[in-house]
Ligand binder design. Sequence first.
Ligand code: ZN
Length: 153
Amino acid sequence: MSTENGELSDLYQEVILEHSKAPRNFRKPAEANQHAEGYNPLCGDRCTVYINMDGDAIRDIAFQGSGCAISRASASMMTQILKGKTKAEAAKLFEEFRDLVTGQEAAPETADLGKLKVFSGVSKFPARVKCATLAWHTLQSALENKDTPVSTE
Ligand code: ZN
């Protein structure tokens, strides 16, 4: 077994493959009051994030789109972790997630990310960081209710 195979299996952990095949909250909620579109031209990933805000809290969050396994799994798991969270909590999680996938040293110590830690393997593949963060960038734009689509480039 080559090292490369080992790293690839790190990247495509079972939980990532499972979420990419059966993404959670993959829908367009009728009651969504804010949304944004995101595009990662490097890989061709597209996603639209829908949120239903209740004051400062994310009452409901869902997404639609098409893309690689990493981008789909990341969006799916993001919607799971963010339901019920406030804007500030979402911003903090985004910061931690970005640190994790870019290989910042502080990230492995943070407990809040939970299952999202499976994305730590992405840090070995700089080209895939944008796949993993696309949904989060799009979420940020949805929270700000921006009309301009987000591009990772
Ligand atoms: Zn991708």
